[in-house]
Design a protein around this ligand. Structure first.
Ligand code: NAP
Length: 284
């Protein structure tokens, strides 16, 4: 039976560290600030934005919410981003994705000043992640790294398989594992022999977006299985990409959904915002 990796516990530790450092900054008159922009009425986005605001309160940051109507134009949003870029009380800017279809997401991501891009989506920060010399962590993959590290297992030399190659999760995830000397295979919808490749993984990260995609026959005995997926079932229940009930019996370690990667993403966002505040005050 796999040991459960608790994202709640690991994320609490990360946030406690951020809170401690923030308290020291506040003594120096520096209060990190995160601006969160939400456009439209997507209920899932609203839940994420509320969790981010709550996390800001927990760690002692200022949070500024900008809730714009669904019909906001790209020009209006870019204007707001420009204003936030020039606002010294704002260290980090986050535009909750997805944006309505009249807005080009890339145009918005590219408009955020790289030193305020706490999601690490700007091409400048993506390039830095590729090189391995980065200030901002790609939040979800960095959260996954913390979860893997919490097991005490050394990634170096391990066979790591990432299912998914998105810019937000799969690609940066693979880079972080590679920087830690994992031997990384990236799988996607055109991959042949996917199950066989997965069965070889000491560390398997699923970022597909399909419920019960990873079944027990795809998992090596004792493997670390990290489930990034967040899928909403018809009954409203949240579940990951992994058939938890059966994979749990085979894996060495496994993350639950909810309570696994989700809370980590927010904790790493807090860490990035703290880094931005330190950068803006010449402390790093
Ligand atoms: P995405 O952009 O839709 O990417 C999904 C990836 O899965 C793609 O690379 C796709 O391959 C691959 N894929 C789809 N069907 C496949 C198949 N049958 N076999 C192999 N690969 C397949 O999604 P994402 O943004 O990376 O997110 C993935 C999941 O993670 C979603 O459930 C999302 O909600 C969740 N997520 C969670 C967090 C968190 O904080 N916990 C954060 C971000 C995302 P192709 O490239 O070939 O199409």
């Amino acid at each position: 039976m796999a040991k459960l990796i608790s994202g709640k516990e690991v994320s609490s530790k990360v946030k406690a560290e951020v809170r401690e450092e923030t308290a020291e900054l506040v003594k120096k008159g520096i209060k990190p600030g995160l601006a969160v922009v939400i456009v439209g009425n997507d209920p899932a986005s609203r839940v994420y934005v509320n969790s981010k605001k709550k996390a800001c309160e927990e760690v002692g940051f200022s949070s500024f919410e900008y809730a714009l109507p669904e019909e906001t134009t790209q020009e209006e949003l870019l204007e707001l981003v420009s204003k936030l870029n020039n606002d010294d009380s704002v260290d980090g800017i986050l535009c909750q994705l997805p944006l309505p279809e009249q807005i080009d997401e890339n145009a918005v991501i590219n408009a955020i000043k790289p030193d305020k891009d706490v999601d690490a989506f700007h091409p400048f920060n993506v390039g830095k992640i590729m090189i391995g010399d980065f200030a901002f962590l790609p939040c979800t993959p960095a959260g996954v790294m913390e979860l893997i590290d919490s097991t005490g297992v050394d990634i170096s030399g391990k066979s790591c398989v990432v299912i998914g190659r998105s810019n937000i999760v799969g690609k940066p995830m693979s880079m972080l594992l590679l920087h830690r000397n994992g031997t990384v295979t990236i799988c996607h919808s055109r991959t042949k022999n996917l199950a066989e490749i997965c069965r070889n993984a000491d560390i398997l990260v699923a970022a597909v977006g399909k419920a019960n995609f990873v079944t027990a026959d795809m998992v090596k005995d004792g493997a670390i299985v990290i489930d990034v997926g967040m899928n909403r079932l018809e009954n409203g229940k949240l579940c990951g990409d992994v058939d938890f009930e059966n994979v749990e019996k085979k894996a060495g370690y496994i993350t639950p959904v909810p309570g696994g990667v989700g809370p980590m993403t927010i904790a790493m966002l807090m860490k990035n915002t703290l880094t931005a505040a330190k950068m803006h005050n010449n402390l790093i």
